[in-house]
Design a protein. Structure first.
Length: 184
């Protein structure tokens, strides 16, 4: 692994632990044992570094989803995916994406193009997972659109601190996704 990739992994680890909001180069450089000049040398700017951290977090999240075993059906796949979202590294990776979106980073360049590319790769990973779990290829895009958006919303849910209530909502979503799959 080259030095740039090592730095990107170190910064991504730091952001997973400390968050993206308020990230500045000097403190993150000091935390990972380098200088802000070295980060600029390898990434050109804070914006480029943040964009690559979001992409690296997406890659890590995709690796987790690719490693999930196929579920017996779409409903079970949604519930299994939610369980994975509750653990690391998916939980932290979603937090990074949420923080980037909340600070307006994803809606504007230079992040917008990178975010779109990451979202396409993420969506393709979810499509593969649901197809492995029995979703018909002709309907998988609808399933992924519904499930990804809803699970993102459940992840952001600040109105309940009762896991059983969220689990019930996720299972309702899973039932809806199963209906779209056509295998009630």
């Amino acid at each position: 692994m080259n030095r740039r990739e090592e730095l990107l992994d170190q910064v991504t680890d730091h952001v997973l632990e400390h968050g993206l909001i308020g990230l500045t180069l000097r403190p993150v450089a000091a935390a990972i044992g380098t200088s802000d000049r070295m980060l600029i040398y390898h990434f050109d700017s804070r914006d480029a570094l943040v964009s690559e951290v979001v992409a690296r977090a997406t890659e890590r999240a995709m690796a987790v989803v690719k490693g999930l075993p196929a579920a017996r059906d779409v409903r079970a796949a949604v519930n299994q995916l939610w369980a994975a979202y509750l653990g690391e590294p998916l939980n932290g990776c979603l937090d990074i994406y949420c923080q980037a979106a909340a600070t307006g980073l994803i809606g504007h360049e230079p992040y917008l193009s990178d975010a779109r590319e990451s979202n396409q790769r993420w969506g393709a990973t979810l499509c593969d997972y649901f197809i492995r779990s029995g979703a018909p290829p002709a309907r998988v895009d609808r399933i992924v659109t519904l499930v990804d958006s809803a699970l993102y919303g459940f992840h952001l849910d600040l109105t309940t601190d009762r896991p059983e209530e969220l689990a019930r909502g996720v299972d309702d979503l899973a039932r809806a996704a199963q209906t779209i799959a056509g295998d009630d």
